[in-house]
Design a protein around this ligand. Sequence first.
Ligand code: SF4
Length: 499
Amino acid sequence: MSESTSRGAAAKAHAEADVAGAAFHTRIDTALGDGKLRQALSMTTGRLATGRATAFAALPYAEALRVAAQRIRAHTIAHLDRYLVEFTTNAERAGCRIHWAETAADAARMVVEIARASGVSLAVKSKSMLSEEIELNSALESAGIRVVETDLGEFVVQLAGDRPSHIIAPIVHRRREDVAALFREKLGATDEEVATIPAMTAFARKTLRDQFVGAGMGVSGVNLAVADTGSLCLVTNEGNGRLTTTLPRVHVALLGLERLVPTSADLSVVLQLLARSATGQAMPVYTNVLTGPRRRGSAADAGGGEPDGPDQLHIVIVDNGRTRLLGSELAEILYCVRCGACLNVCPVYRQIGGHAYGGVYPGPVGSVVMPGLEGLGAWSELPQASSLCGACRDVCPVRIDLPRLLLKLRAQAVRQSLGPAWLRLGMRIFAAVATRPAVYRHVGNLVGRIGAAVAPDGWLTRLPGPLAAWTQSRDFPAPAAKSFTQSWRPKRGAERTRR
Ligand code: SF4
């Protein structure tokens, strides 16, 4: 790379970081000023976090299971090449068609092509964060294919033209009354149909049933794929996953290439932790393990075969930046099974919700995944959105050390000179002063004198410029009138005299 090209790339990264930083702070301010959002967040994340804590307290050997799950995921990621070959070989043997997508755009294009080849005009979708990552809905709609979200939360998101704000609870930012108003406005629901949560659920179910029957294609994500059987495991609480993967003639499963386990026994270890971590349930209501499309009867099996299921099962295996993470200092994030537990306990997420993060994946996991998949340029502020309290690491079912990864990203941002211009300049000035003892002493004395003059009680109530954000909600301790060296020197002199 030439020097000018490299400088151009660095300047672009700085500009991106500055714009992203400003936008991030604006989104944070908006979220913090939204009382309804904070009420909804506090209620739902509190309920999910308590549910998880109760479920784990009742689980014998919970810690041993977490260690085992971590080992399984670490081993799989370390040997991902081998397990991907094993999985695809077995899945193809079972009748699946495998598609490899290097980028998000490739993945979306492949799904569109599959739909076109089968003459699909309506697709139903069960919940899949990967489909959000590859922006599948807009790709299908641009190709004239209607898509209907069938997970209740995602259905509400689609109806409202909104975005999910949580990995497993997409409408964590909406209250029950908001959903009722939306159903009235968009679907003409009556007061009776939105009177209670069960009534709204029944109303949504009735609305969605016809879509399942009419759809030519079902699109799902995959929670985990099993290498030695070529099976796909999907967990849901609403049964929509089962309808999406069995009623339409074509099933397309989107699989992030890291989401494998070697065997069914390994799957059972992770499944014991997944729902407990996500919602506090011992098991999800529906755990589906699919191996290949519908099997037709044949002369050999005396007219056996399966009465239902799709004629075609396509598995789109998506890279989109994941292989870049393999072998990097962030590779541990590939263990993630997207349970969402780290969001529910994060003191930052619990205040600002998912939209403020700006990416598909929010919370502590998103603060690593987004820069990990797309580079730090546009996401350099996210690793700062953490108190590093460690609550995320403590609840992670696969024991990902999220604070350590966030610190790695902060260090990368410093090495790449990312972050706001004022901070970079401030740190350069500090480094220049701190590495010259005489200058440091003089500046320290001066700052101490100014501090004593402007804050006689020892507290600053207003700071200038970008530092004002601190004093908007709390006071800042004024610099000490005497530096440590000034206070210590006479004591050291007295000590020497005594000796
Ligand atoms: S990082 Fe851990 S806690 Fe967070 S979503 Fe992933 S698996 Fe769950």
